[in-house]
Design a protein around this ligand. Sequence first.
Ligand code: NDP
Ligand code: A1CAB
Length: 276
Amino acid sequence: MSTESQIAFIGGGNMARSLVGGLIADGYPAQRITVSEPEPERREQLRSRFGVAVTADNGEALEGADAVVLAVKPQTVRTVAEEIAPALGQAGAVAISIAAGVRLADLQRWLGPQAAVVRAMPNTPSLIQSGATALIANAQVSAAQHSLAESLLRAVGQTQWLTDEAQMDAVTAISGSGPAYFFLLMEALEEAGVELGLDRETARLLTLETATGAARMALESEDTPARLRERVTSPGGTTERALGVLDDADLRGAIQRAAEAAAHRAHELGNLLGEQ
Ligand SMILES: NC(=O)C1=CN([C@@H]2O[C@H](COP(=O)(O)OP(=O)(O)OC[C@H]3O[C@@H](n4cnc5c(N)ncnc54)[C@H](OP(=O)(O)O)[C@@H]3O)[C@@H](O)[C@H]2O)C=CC1
Ligand SMILES: O=C(O)[C@@H]1CCC=N1
């Protein structure tokens, strides 16, 4: 991506840290990134770890910005959007909201009718450039802004443009929240290893290497995850016994219900925070 663009982050919490870290790891110049964050300790961490400019003043972060990433909690987006609307218009910058649930039409209303807005749903593995982000743009986004948003998020992982905003709730449930599901599985498998007599360090190492190996294999193989699972499962063997326990516990059903609950919450946030 062009390293000439100036990028502002409004909110310097978990997701901003992941995106900033991924951009810096990709070679993006730190002096072209400014993060506005009210909490002094978080500001200092961002400055010392990544070398980016930090401020507590959203207006200052916007100066000269080509892209402004709204990385505050969904409940704070409206306040921030209305606060920065005049400066955004003056800067001619594209606003990129990563807030769960918050819809383009509402962002547009709060930022102004001329505002170029991209709604995106990234995830925390962006920190190590293994993110997955879905995006959708409003009609005011120019070709150059479209490509700026694309390259900003492509620098930290895979990107997928959506044509139907309603799909964003499903994206939020699968890849936005998804890392947490896999981390939970890792926690549980590590704990099981300890219960079975392994020391914690060994249990964690085996768990994490197995998770990495399985994910890489599924990505790189032409076979489906189902086929790869079958190859681990020897008839009458240990995996078959374990999978039987997971089937009895309705793990697939639980995952389905979990994803539905997340998507429902994204939709609910959109209704609660929006105006329609
Ligand atoms: N975490 C994740 O995995 C993902 C999160 N998202 C979305 O990203 C957004 C941020 O999430 P996350 O990073 O987890 O949340 P955090 O709470 O970690 O980060 C938000 C940050 O914004 C700060 N903030 C609050 N008010 C303002 C303000 N007026 N101006 C500037 N900064 C402000 C907060 O400070 P303080 O805490 O002091 O209020 C906090 O540091 C959310 O909308 C979420 O839906 C999207 C994809 C994945
Ligand atoms: O939990 C959340 O609401 C945010 C959005 C997706 C991941 N984290």
